[in-house]
Design a protein. Structure first.
Length: 181
């Protein structure tokens, strides 16, 4: 196998591990959703969720497809820092998940009576998990120079998802705060 083939294989393994991690997140999210609904949780913005899943799945597939079809090289000066950012994003992601505990979810579910979390990364940012999504959407493809995927995901994520998702979360949190008052 050539150096390029070995690099693509390692990149494929990274993408496969990332996909496995996403499946694990969905399992945790499903468990947490059951917990929230059992406590009267209300879901908001349900319609955008399938699009979010498709976009995030598409990111992983497009990364590999672009690298293979366009024969993108691994450039150490870009790839290693991009990998470091992608790994740091995972650390922040799991800090978010552990801070929110059973309140963390891939969906927008608000449990009446629970206060807004303001510890962990939420002390510094209102939506730290979206920092993770943006950083990962740029860095993961750039590990192996898939710059078209990085650009396309970033634009689609911003225009199609975050422009809807963050306002949905804000309305849900305001509504929950209004009911708690």
């Amino acid at each position: 196998m050539t150096d390029y083939g070995i690099g693509v294989a390692w990149f494929g393994a990274l993408l496969l591990a990332t996909g496995g991690e996403r499946i694990f997140e969905l399992v945790v999210s499903t468990r947490n959703a059951r917990w929230a609904f059992a406590r009267g949780g209300v879901e908001y913005g349900r319609r955008h969720f399938p699009w979010m899943v498709m976009l995030h799945t598409g990111l992983l597939l497009a990364c590999l497809l672009e690298v293979v079809v366009a024969h993108r090289p691994f450039l150490p000066l870009l790839g290693w820092p991009a990998l470091a950012v992608a790994l740091a994003a995972q650390v922040l992601r799991y800090w978010c998940i552990s801070t929110l505990g059973p309140q963390w979810n891939t969906r927008v579910i608000v449990v009446p009576g629970l206060s807004l979390v303001s510890r962990g990364p939420y002390r510094f940012l209102r939506h730290p998990n979206y920092v993770v999504v943006v950083a990962e959407g740029i860095a993961l493809p750039l590990v192996h120079t898939a710059w078209i995927t990085a650009l396309a995901f970033t634009v689609l994520n911003a225009v199609l998802l975050l422009a809807f998702r963050i306002p949905v979360e804000e309305r849900a949190l305001r509504g929950a705060a209004g009911r708690a008052a």
